[in-house]
Design a binder for this molecule. Structure first.
Ligand code: KIV
Length: 261
């Protein structure tokens, strides 16, 4: 595919002034829809835990479960770059563990991995094995218990720590860095100070790209989040379709002649 999105192409989009459009998908259906919509990067996020599987937070999802969802999403994606999240507990112990976990997801069809936090050594070790790595700083959901909730990070004096972490990931070879829930001015500063593209979620318009959880922007999530605009009321569209199906079955108008053999 000539216009296949690759990690080097995503990196080059910053210099070209092109915004990087990223969204999550956890299966072949959503992967295909996002790919057909022309999204650049599809992330099999560990948010699959709370968004799709009904877990309390992202900490409970395992590497094996991530592998399962990467395989499924791979089946629907052709053009976009497919990035997979390294889940909690799969990279924090050592660079060797990070390399092994990244390889596990790459064998299941990922084309890059993402990890959360100030893990420059791990980013460098994974990148050395030929795997592109995306960083993620600010509100990193795997650290929700340390933060004491989902809170904007880097306000006041804490901003420099976020900038320094982003710079370390950049220097370690990250091809892009997600900035989650950080004030827009801080995100603009980081964007100006790192060489790779910044991908914002609740981080303002100055970022080089944006990422959203597909279920949030399509109206399929229970929660309403300030950082997520609702572009479709998918929940109501789906409910209405199912109500109509139920009604027709009960009144015996489905299946009609056309649907019978
Ligand atoms: O898991 C996830 O969905 C993420 C985001 C940045 C959207 O990491």
């Amino acid at each position: 595919m000539p216009d296949k999105v690759t990690a080097p192409k995503v990196r080059a989009m910053k210099a070209g002034g092109q915004k990087v459009v990223c969204v999550t998908a956890y299966d072949a259906v959503f992967g295909r829809l996002a790919d057909e919509a022309g999204v650049d990067v599809i992330l099999v996020g560990d948010s699959v835990a709370n968004v799709l599987l009904g877990y309390r937070d992202t900490l409970g999802v395992t590497l094996e479960e991530m592998g399962h969802h990467v395989r499924a999403t791979r089946a629907g994606v052709e053009r976009a770059l497919l990035v997979a999240d390294l889940p909690f507990g799969s990279y924090g112990a050592s660079a060797a563990q990070a390399v092994e976990s990244a390889a596990y997801l790459m064998k299941r069809g990922a084309e890059a991995v993402k990890l959360e936090g100030d893990f420059a050594e791990e980013v460098e070790a994974i990148a050395r094995t030929g795997v592109p790595v995306m960083g993620h700083v600010g509100m990193t959901p795997q650290s929700v218990h340390r933060f004491g909730g989902f809170r904007v990070q880097g306000r006041g004096g804490d901003g420099d720590a976020v900038v320094e972490a982003a710079k370390r990931l950049d220097a370690a070879g990250a091809f892009a860095i997600v900035l989650e829930l950080v004030p827009r001015d801080l995100a603009a500063r980081i964007t100006a100070e790192v060489s790779c593209p910044t991908i914002g979620i609740g981080a303002g318009v100055a970022c080089d790209g944006q990422i959203q959880v597909a279920h949030d922007v399509l109206g399929l999530s229970k929660g309403v989040f300030r950082h997520a605009k609702r572009y479709a009321d998918g929940g109501e569209v789906l409910r209405e379709g199912l109500r109509e199906y139920a009604r027709e079955v009960r009144e015996r108008s489905f299946p009609a002649e056309d649907h019978s053999f």
